[in-house]
Design a protein around this ligand. Structure first.
Ligand SMILES: *[C@@H]1O[C@H](CO)[C@@H](O)[C@H](O)[C@H]1NC(C)=O
Length: 113
């Protein structure tokens, strides 16, 4: 009897862990890369990168996007940018907490293809 309860309890813990992992921490693809808010996050990433590094990149388009729910939302976007005539892709991660009006560029790195 006691053994069964333990088995049941551990099964519940395992499925709870699996379930919360799907909601928290899992990356989901962004369906509409042209959605206003996604483009706004992308523009923010490029301008923030330019501000921090002194570069003069311009956003051309969002090539790929994923979001992750983590006390707010992480956006991981592949951005096509232009610097004069050079076209380059970057992977940017922006962390947003809309209810606090908080946004931060946490990573911005060149993708070498
Ligand atoms: C934003 O992210 C950068 C890079 O990870 C970090 O150095 C900085 O402290 C962050 N700023 C805030 C306000 O969280």
């Amino acid at each position: 009897m006691r053994y069964h309860c333990l088995v049941l309890l551990s099964l519940m813990l395992v499925s709870y862990a699996a379930c919360s992992d799907a909601v928290l921490g899992g990356w989901r693809p962004v369906k509409d890369l042209k959605e206003r808010h996604v483009v706004e996050i992308a523009e923010y990433a490029v301008s923030e990168y330019d501000k921090r590094s002194g570069a003069k990149l311009k956003l051309v388009s969002v090539v790929k996007g994923e979001t992750q729910v983590v006390a707010g939302t992480n956006y991981r976007l592949v951005l096509k940018t232009k610097d004069g005539s050079a076209i380059n892709n970057y992977e940017a991660v922006v962390w947003e907490k809309t209810w606090l009006n908080f946004r931060n560029l946490t990573s911005f790195k060149a993708l070498h293809s």
